[in-house]
Ligand binder design. Structure first.
Ligand SMILES: Nc1nc2c(c(=O)[nH]1)N(C=O)[C@@H](CNc1ccc(C(=O)N[C@@H](CCC(=O)O)C(=O)O)cc1)CN2
Ligand SMILES: Nc1ncnc2c1ncn2[C@@H]1O[C@H](COP(=O)(O)OP(=O)(O)OP(=O)(O)O)[C@@H](O)[C@H]1O
Length: 228
């Protein structure tokens, strides 16, 4: 089956501009004042503000380009965890639609009701009842029969605030994905998803950070060697 990724906002053949702007990439000056010596909170504030400035057209093109990369990466996956965009993140909507068309099971993160700082993954389809979590992000209403333990997922696409040239990942600060990734078997592929402007040369790293070996941005797929 051939599945194409298109934009709902425009015509079926939405033009994808290869320009730097359409890729959400930016000049080096946009990150001036930020380095591996900056605090994690300063980096979060800076990159979150930057990605929120991306226009609707740039966001639409970014989501389509990222979905095209991810569909090739996820060719054999049957159960995939994604996220619903928040705070200027790349939208996963075109990817979710394409995966649904292919019959792939899509899961979304839900904040664990008792185990603070942990995530559950609940199956998401077009009939899912949704409720905002405490951060205002929509999540499927908890239902035990729709739960998938993280180790049974074929792939987890992680949101992130910033990544660096070594594959280090900085998130929103809750440690939710760090805790999830720390327990995964090798059979679960982990792929970061971000705008090009979320890439920095180097990030400050903590002992609990789990580095990524694949990060998809609209412009390309970044591959890093695994660390042992
Ligand atoms: N789209 C998306 N969904 C996701 C995540 C994510 O990064 N992106 N998460 C990834 O972990 C989890 C939610 N983690 C989050 C952690 C902090 C904030 C946040 O906005 N914090 C506020 C302060 C909130 C408060 O304490 O009241 C802030 O930093 O401004 C949002 C989500 C699960 N779902
Ligand atoms: N594997 C873990 N076990 C226990 N605590 C952890 C683990 N990973 C992270 N934490 C805790 O979570 C808190 C937030 O971590 P950090 O700032 O790295 O989150 P983040 O990577 O920005 O967020 P996220 O992983 O949700 O995207 C830290 O206080 C850290 O001690």
């Amino acid at each position: 089956m051939t599945v194409s990724v298109t934009s709902n906002a425009t015509s079926a053949e939405a033009p994808i501009s290869p320009s730097a702007e359409a890729q959400g990439s930016i000049s080096a000056e946009a990150h001036s004042g930020i380095s591996a010596n900056s605090s994690r909170s300063a980096i979060r504030k800076h990159v979150r503000a930057l990605r929120r400035t991306l226009s609707g057209d740039v966001q639409t093109a970014a989501a389509i380009q990222a979905a095209q990369h991810l569909l090739t990466e996820l060719a054999d996956a049957r159960r995939v965890a994604l996220y619903l965009e928040n705070d200027g993140e790349i939208s996963t909507r075109p990817l979710i639609e394409a995966l649904w068309q292919q019959g792939v099971e899509v899961y979304l993160p839900v904040l664990h009701p008792f185990a603070e700082g942990h995530l559950l993954f609940i199956r998401y389809d077009k009939h899912s009842e949704m409720r905002d979590n405490l951060y205002g992000i929509p999540e499927p209403v908890m239902a035990c029969h729709r739960l998938c333990p993280a180790y049974r997922l074929d792939a987890i696409i992680t949101p992130l605030v910033a990544f660096d040239d070594s594959g280090n990942r900085l998130g929103m600060g809750g440690g939710f994905y760090d805790r999830t990734l720390a327990q995964l078997p090798d059979s679960t592929r982990v792929i970061g998803l971000a705008h090009d402007c979320q890439r920095l040369p180097a990030l400050p790293v903590e002992a609990w950070d789990v580095p990524l070996t694949t990060i998809v941005t609209p412009s390309r797929i970044h591959r890093l060697p695994p660390r042992n």
